[in-house]
Design a protein around this ligand. Structure first.
Ligand code: PLP
Length: 426
């Protein structure tokens, strides 16, 4: 880091630590209500957030405007597995931002090759293609699979099909919502992209039956997060991989949410050793600082892309790559997948001691845990917020517990006491 950058960095850190703004916000502090009103007035209403206005965060904790502290049990949908504002990633971000942030892929930069090499060493996948958001990476994987189908498998033009699962969540673009089974994600957004076949989640026989001569890929989440932490039957991933191999269909795993330690392994497919042909990653690849995603695949598949086929102005930029490299180092040095396995088991064990008629199911892998209630989960999330725990209901009835993987055992105990109070009182 240069002297200049270090000065700015340290000043920023000091201001951050004291809970001060960046200097560009208004002179007078606005109230929680004012900010919520502003947001509702000038923003699109495509979310229904809890009414907590977060001002700063560190590790597993976030603070609202009044200085109230909450334990974050969502971790930005698993984008902050490394914990909020991890100092090592922050330092890499600031240092790189002071050198060069964006070159575009018209030129090369000195960070991208290193990220490629590190992703290869970490995952064993041949090559990577960097994008920004998860949805873009999924789109990229679909494009690769289709082109591979035409060029390598000889599928007739415009006939390629992908098999996907009921209850899937892969993002929000038109093509991705085209194969969602959630009516609200599709309604009003047609015409939809054709070329997808839906099977029940976790059903290997249905997969075998759905594959036809024009099938190029099977795209699936190893655990369905947004559907409510749905874990497929044991052996499903390995069976699916076998079927795909036999039928010459690409086995494509969306590990955007389950990847990078969330389920107690580096990737969720490792629970069954069901290695994919294409691995889609995002979220925690940047420790939450910046959108970074990627598609990892074999040389054979990824070589269908030639210059001009596909790209992104920001994809693979040096700032993103420096952040991702630091995020991966933290994951490795702090043994986050191992922590997730151990503490997830502990957390799940404690949750299983809850006594309430309202609990329908408790399930999870690593620190990826769902508590399914017999009624709406939202009131529980609101009561937990009161107690200082931030959760978000998923699929109406499921409370998801997915804190940053740096959480400590005594913090789980702290959370559990409050969860018990809320759940057993209802
Ligand atoms: C979050 C998510 C996506 C979409 O990622 P964005 O960055 O929001 O576009 C895709 N697939 C899964 C499994 C996800 O959890």
């Amino acid at each position: 880091m240069s002297e200049d950058t270090r000065g700015l960095f340290e000043q920023g850190l000091r201001r951050g630590a004291r809970g001060l703004g960046t200097g560009v916000d208004r002179g007078t502090r606005m109230s929680t209500k004012d900010l919520i009103d502003l947001e509702d007035r000038y923003g699109a209403h495509n979310y229904h957030p809890l009414d907590v206005v977060i001002e700063r965060a560190r590790g597993v904790w976030v603070w609202d405007l009044d200085g109230k502290r909450y334990l974050d049990c969502l971790a930005a949908y698993s984008a902050v597995n490394q914990g909020h504002c991890h100092p090592r990633v922050l330092e890499a971000l600031v240092a790189q931002a002071g050198k060069v942030a964006l070159t575009s892929r018209a030129f090369r930069n000195d960070q991208l090759p290193l990220l490629y090499e590190e992703l290869h060493e970490l995952t064993g996948m041949d090559v990577a293609l960097p994008m920004n958001t998860g949805a873009e990476a999924v789109e990229t994987a679909i494009k690769a699979a289709r082109k591979w189908g035409y060029e390598r498998k000889g599928i007739p033009e415009d006939q390629a099909e992908l098999v996907v699962s009921a209850g899937n969540f892969h993002g929000r673009t038109i093509t991705i919502v085209s194969f969602s089974t959630e009516a609200q994600y599709r309604r009003g957004f047609g015409p939809m992209t054709p070329g997808f076949r839906v099977i029940p989640y976790g059903d290997a026989d249905a997969l075998a039956k759905a594959i036809g001569p024009n099938t190029c890929g099977f795209l699936v989440e190893p655990i369905q997060g947004e559907a409510g932490i749905i874990i497929p039957p044991r052996g499903f991933l390995a069976a699916a991989q076998q079927i795909c191999r036999k039928e010459r269909v690409l086995f494509m795993l969306d590990e955007i949410q389950t990847g990078f330690g969330r389920t107690g392994k580096l990737f969720a497919y490792m629970h069954e050793d069901a290695r994919p042909d294409m691995l889609i990653v995002g979220k925690a690849l940047s420790a939450g600082f910046y959108p970074v995603s990627a598609v990892l695949g074999s040389r054979e598949v990824m070589d269908v892309f030639t210059p001009g086929d596909h790209g992104s102005t920001f994809g693979g930029n040096p700032l993103a790559c420096a952040v991702a490299r630091a995020a991966l180092r933290v994951l490795r040095d702090e043994k986050l997948p191992e922590r997730s396995a151990e503490l997830g088991e502990y957390f799940l064990g404690r949750l299983r001691t809850l006594r309430s008629e309202q609990i329908r199911d408790i399930r999870g892998k690593g620190l990826f845990i769902g508590l399914e209630m017999s009624g709406p989960a939202r009131p529980y999330c609101e009561a937990l917020e009161e107690e200082g725990i931030l959760c978000k209901e998923t699929h109406e009835r499921v409370i998801r517990f997915a804190p940053p993987l740096v959480i400590e055992r005594d913090e789980i105990d702290w959370a559990f006491d409050r969860i018990r109070k809320v759940v057993e009182a209802h």
